[in-house]
Design a protein around this ligand. Structure first.
Ligand SMILES: [Ca+2]
Length: 309
């Protein structure tokens, strides 16, 4: 009897090549026969990456996107003869793609694959929008050891010379902060850039970070820090906006030995309307007229970007 059933299953398979194999996730119909389900061959979300990686037999996925995204495009490619619907709408005639709006922090998208004579299989994607635009390695806790120094990941020195390193001497968040190894006398002389961060140009944005000057009983104004925002029209940060940047004037710590928050706020009207991404620049210099020298060091930690609703 068992052998007969197997043989029958093989025949059904030959006539129903659209079917997936009988995975553990499928519902069993009444009776003892094999279960055949319609299924997808590929499933993609743009932007974002499925977690876990797509497999026909895995039905539930999660995708993380930046807070600035208001929609994602789902593409679900089935076998021949299988129809696909996204949130109940048949997308078989639309290259199996659909744009789905995102609302709130979590959006659940349901994708159904159905074919004649087969059980319908339902996939589910939960899209999670970050509450804040994340600054990668915002606290300089991740770094790569080069020689005997730690070079923070996700940050790139953009000036012709100068080195930006992670140090364990002082920290506001975690155990490390970031410093330029040797300052110059001009605020444009040392600059380090974050990786690309997606932004919504229609909402105000604020960049903040902590700065710190060690206690040496000298003038706390001997070193300064600055923030600059570079705007780009693309998510790879290759094409600058026409208004390419905004610069916060140099600030100096009011006290030694105290972490101070420096913020740079741009209201929506100041942000280029075609900005899709920004890079945050941290800058530092010594101020010779206030007793600073190129031996002075100013520490950075806890860089954030927020765009309140
Ligand atoms: Ca830190």
């Amino acid at each position: 009897m068992k052998k007969l059933l197997s043989y029958a299953a093989l025949i059904v398979l030959m006539f129903a090549i659209a079917a997936c194999d009988d995975g553990d996730n499928g519902e069993k119909p009444a009776g003892d026969g094999p279960v055949l389900q319609a299924c997808l061959n590929a499933l993609r979300v743009d932007p974002g990456e499925l977690d876990p990686v797509f497999s026909s037999d895995t039905l539930s996925y999660e995708v993380s996107v930046d807070a600035s995204f208001t929609a994602v495009t789902v593409t679900a490619v089935p076998d021949d003869g299988t129809r696909v619907s996204v949130n109940g709408n048949d997308v078989s005639a639309d290259d199996y793609s659909a744009e789905v709006g995102l609302a709130g922090e979590r959006t659940v998208i349901t994708i159904s694959a159905s074919a004649e004579g087969l059980l319908t299989r339902e996939y589910r994607i939960t899209v999670v929008r970050a509450a804040q635009n994340p600054v990668r390695n915002w606290s300089f806790e991740s770094y790569e050891i080069v020689g005997d120094t730690g070079i923070p990941l996700n940050w790139t020195v953009s000036t012709a010379s100068g080195e930006f390193i992670a140090t364990g001497n002082y920290a506001h968040d975690g155990s490390h902060s970031g410093i330029f190894t040797k300052l110059t006398g001009t605020i444009a002389g040392r600059e380090v850039l974050s990786d690309a961060i997606a932004v919504d140009p229609s909402r105000n944005l604020t960049v903040s970070c902590g700065i710190y000057l060690p206690r040496e009983d000298r003038n706390p104004g001997r070193a300064g820090a600055g923030i600059k925002i570079y705007y780009f029209t693309d998510r790879e940060c290759l094409v600058p906006c026409e208004n390419a940047s905004d610069t916060k004037p140099r600030v100096t710590p009011a006290q030694e030995g105290v972490w101070e928050q420096v913020s740079f706020e741009r209201v929506a009207a100041d942000i280029p309307g075609d900005a899709a991404c920004i890079r945050i620049a941290l800058r530092a210099c010594f101020i010779a007229s206030a007793g600073g020298t190129d031996e002075d060091v100013i520490y950075f930690d806890g860089v954030s970007l927020s765009q309140p609703d």
